[in-house]
Ligand binder design. Sequence first.
Ligand SMILES: [Zn+2]
Length: 88
Amino acid sequence: MALTQKQQEQAVAHLDQHFRDNRRCYVCGKNQWVIHPQLYELMKLPLGGADPERSLIPLLVVECADCGHTVSFNAKKAGLLSRGGIGG
Ligand SMILES: [Zn+2]
């Protein structure tokens, strides 16, 4: 799912609010983060059989442009998904 312009602006606002004190990559020390232009999903491991609820965490992914280290934020908490679906 590609981020709309509005969602990209919301993502930047979320990072400015919550990822601000030490923005240096803790792997390489640079401060060159890139927001991936689409959202990802982290799926729960279905231990003990199928997972009928298909538990997923929607992720905003931010990557260090220098070393590739990635950090992720729950896209719902970042305000990128509304209850009824995409957008908001
Ligand atoms: Zn890095």
